[in-house]
Design a protein around this ligand. Structure first.
Ligand code: SF4
Length: 215
């Protein structure tokens, strides 16, 4: 199977089996999504979803969060990983959106990465989920799964290298979906330690499966 055929197989498979994939973070607007994604670093979406309702109740928008202090926010997120840093990031993010962007969350990767707590991965998530921009966020699942299947070179050693290869080979109109496809596949099927190859529909296209099933 050529690389092109491998991509086509994967896209066709997910288009049928996961036609409308969505983030598992619960949110109602870009502000809530940005808060949830900042909190989700090194933390499960499930735990984030248990926490964010309390934040959104107390701080329903950027303006109210910008007036809080990190000490105010900390007790609300203490059960999340790195609460110290994240409470500072949330308040800093809201203050910068107020001061530099008129209170409106910017929708370009270059602008988003100027906000505290927002790296390239988060900026890619926000722009692709909110506006379906063709930006591929590469987290640990996307990194592992795309390399296992053989969508990207085994030599791609950084998230940015993986991102570039995926974006080059997947149709721009499908990038926002492909991000979720690979994350959800990595979370529930192609899991890190023991991938569930028996129940996976990608065996035929997967380099890792072909190599390991022959051993
Ligand atoms: S066949 Fe196995 S290794 Fe390949 S994508 Fe599926 S679960 Fe992952």
């Amino acid at each position: 199977m050529t690389k092109k055929e491998r991509y086509q197989f994967v896209v066709d498979y997910f288009s049928v089996h996961m036609p409308e994939p969505e983030t598992e973070l619960v949110y109602d607007n870009p502000y809530q999504l940005l808060v949830a994604v900042i909190l989700s670093a090194q933390c499960t979406d499930k735990r984030v979803n248990l926490t964010t309702p309390f934040i959104f109740e107390k701080y329903p928008d950027i303006a109210s969060l910008s007036k809080a202090t990190a000490e105010d926010v900390f007790p609300l997120i203490r059960s999340i990983s790195y609460p110290n840093n994240k409470s500072k990031h949330l308040v800093g993010m809201a203050q910068k959106v107020e001061s530099d962007f008129n209170g409106e969350i910017p929708m370009t990767v270059d602008e988003l990465v100027t906000l505290p707590g927002v790296g390239r991965k988060t900026a890619n998530v926000i722009t692709s989920v909110v506006e379906k921009q063709p930006n591929m966020a590469v987290d640990t699942h996307v990194f592992r799964v795309s390399k296992r299947i053989g969508l990207v070179s085994q030599k791609a050693s950084t998230p940015l290298a993986v991102e570039k290869e995926l974006v080059k080979n997947i149709d721009a109109s499908l990038i926002h979906k492909a991000h979720h496809w690979l994350i959800l596949h990595g979370r529930y099927t192609c899991i890190a330690r023991n991938p569930r190859c028996r129940e996976c529909g990608l065996q035929q296209a997967c380099l890792w499966f072909q190599k390991n099933s022959l051993n």
